[in-house]
Design a protein around this ligand. Structure first.
Ligand SMILES: Nc1ncnc2c1ncn2[C@@H]1O[C@H](COP(=O)(O)OP(=O)(O)OP(=O)(O)O)[C@@H](O)[C@H]1O
Ligand SMILES: [Mg+2]
Length: 324
């Protein structure tokens, strides 16, 4: 099992959206190919909003991190996809971290041990971890435990500060708790594919930030697609799942318009072919937009897995060389 933190010290940069969509795409209902998601956010956006789970308020994850209890994921939130839910209980991690040494707790090793236990079951190929912004006690516990880190950012200059702070934390974790922790790169999130010059300038700023580290920004990016993002959270569906729903909604809309026409009712001129406003399950996303966004996530997933494979090759060569 490879474990990956999708992290940033900055809020609202796409961490949760990436974990949800990549996790659902990577999950395969086959032995040894399951995916585990860990929602380490007090707000539990991932478990509650993206997957519509009631969850346990973060109690299970709190017990793992603070007390060293095993993880107990909720099974089959989607086929092949299990989730440890987040929630307000995680607010207590910071207090526990402050008193851990006095209480004789080695919090840095708890999540690591729990992930090793899960790994020894041999069920999972991948674990993706989501965190809320700014929760440094949790971040350090996760950085002590995971194999890899990926950092999304949007266009705001401050997003790059979030990446920079995270890199500093990664370097500290490598020194103190997790010497093989590997930073895989940055992912541009909510990017306008047509703004090529602006994107190139942002990429240059990211490259400058990463200079000397040997790490490159991801080539694959997630496009700006607010309607799909809104529908995904409102209906607790992934972009991939939204394609079919949006197709259904489109055909329902077309047949409604046909019925109106045959009854002699006209849509007002210039009014966009929008969904009926009285329907609380209104879908705003067009199927093509859901499809395009789902393909972006698939490309990012492909690049993520490639980068993991390359990192492992480099590690194996280094280990072989030092053994030789
Ligand atoms: N492709 C997209 N285009 C535009 N907006 C998007 C897209 N995908 C998601 N969003 C929106 O961007 C916002 C931030 O996304 P998300 O919650 O994934 O970020 P986050 O880093 O997890 O935030 P937080 O730090 O608050 O946990 C959300 O409102 C989400 O609906
Ligand atoms: Mg989030």
């Amino acid at each position: 099992m490879r474990s990956v933190l999708v992290g940033s010290q900055k809020g609202g940069v796409g961490k949760t959206s990436l974990v949800a969509a990549l996790g659902a795409l990577a999950a395969r209902p086959q032995p040894g190919r399951r995916v585990l998601l860990i929602d380490g956010d007090q707000q539990s956006n991932l478990s509650k909003r993206n997957f519509g789970m009631p969850g346990d308020g973060g109690r299970d994850l709190y017990s793992t991190i603070v007390l060293g209890e095993p993880l107990q994921p909720i099974r089959d939130v989607r086929p092949g996809l299990d989730v440890v839910s987040g929630g307000p209980a995680l607010a207590m991690v910071a207090g526990a971290a402050a008193n851990a040494a006095a209480a004789g707790l080695d919090m840095a090793s708890h999540l690591h041990t729990a992930l090793d236990q899960v790994n020894s079951l041999g069920e999972y190929a991948l674990a993706l971890i989501d965190l809320g912004p700014g929760d440094v006690a949790l971040l350090d516990a996760v950085l002590a435990a995971v194999d890899y880190v990926v950092a999304p950012h949007r266009e705001d200059e401050a997003d790059l500060d979030g990446v920079e702070l995270l890199i500093k934390r990664i370097l500290r974790a490598r020194r103190d708790t997790n010497p093989t922790l590997t930073f895989l790169g940055t992912v541009a999130f909510a990017r306008d594919p047509r703004a090529t010059a602006r994107n190139a300038s942002l990429d240059a700023a990211v490259r400058e930030l990463l200079r000397g580290s040997g790490v490159e920004p991801f080539i694959a990016a997630i496009r700006y697609s607010p309607a799909v993002a809104r529908d995904a959270r409102a209906l607790a569906l992934t972009p991939q799942e939204l394609i079919a729903e949006a197709e259904k909604a489109t055909s329902a809309r077309i047949s409604m318009l046909r019925r109106r026409r045959t009854r002699g009712q006209q849509t007002e001129p210039g009014r966009r072919l929008g969904p009926p406003l009285d329907d609380e399950n209104t879908l705003w996303a067009r199927p093509e937009a859901s499809d395009a966004l789902a393909r972006d996530y698939l490309n990012v997933l492909g690049e993520l897995l490639e980068r993991i494979a390359v990192a492992e090759q480099v590690n194996a060569t280094a280990t072989g060389a030092s053994a030789g």
